[in-house]
Design a protein around this ligand. Sequence first.
Ligand code: FMN
Length: 155
Amino acid sequence: MSRKKLLIVAHDPSPNTRKLAEAVLRGARHEDIENVEAEHIRPLEAGPDDVHAADGIILGTTENLGYMSGALKDFFDRTYYQVIEEKQGLPCAVYIRAALDGTGTHRAIESILTGLSWKLVQDIRIFHGEWQESFVDEAEELGMYMAAGLDAGIL
Ligand SMILES: Cc1cc2nc3c(=O)[nH]c(=O)nc-3n(C[C@H](O)[C@H](O)[C@H](O)COP(=O)(O)O)c2cc1C
């Protein structure tokens, strides 16, 4: 059986957000998950070919100035119309690191995902407020959940 691909497109400009991206990848590469290949590509380096090849996607961003990072927005700008026909129903999960708020980013990403017809398989997670190490565990779970779901063929 060919391995499924889980693409993680996560912006990680700070030590905390690097911890989040690494945790998502670690969870997605859990040893019990056999048939899923997970890869983290930063949004400025990711493009339509990566999305075409993916069976599932996890998006990660900071909230900057009330919106998603410019890097993730640039990814959508370069990718949206290239994948809109073929990737409808793509299983998707999202996390946002927001020091204060996160709602503007939540709203914007939800609207883009509706346009793309990607399938959110869990609620968008906002890692909100002062940094907590428990965010890392939750990010790991998020990656594991997606990868396990793809592995089991239920997403
Ligand atoms: C220019 C700038 C704008 C920001 N705007 C927001 C914002 O609108 N809402 C928010 O919740 N956090 C905002 N932040 C905080 C970032 O989301 C936060 O620093 C980032 O997610 C990295 O998290 P960390 O500081 O825990 O590493 C902003 C940070 C910067 C540098």
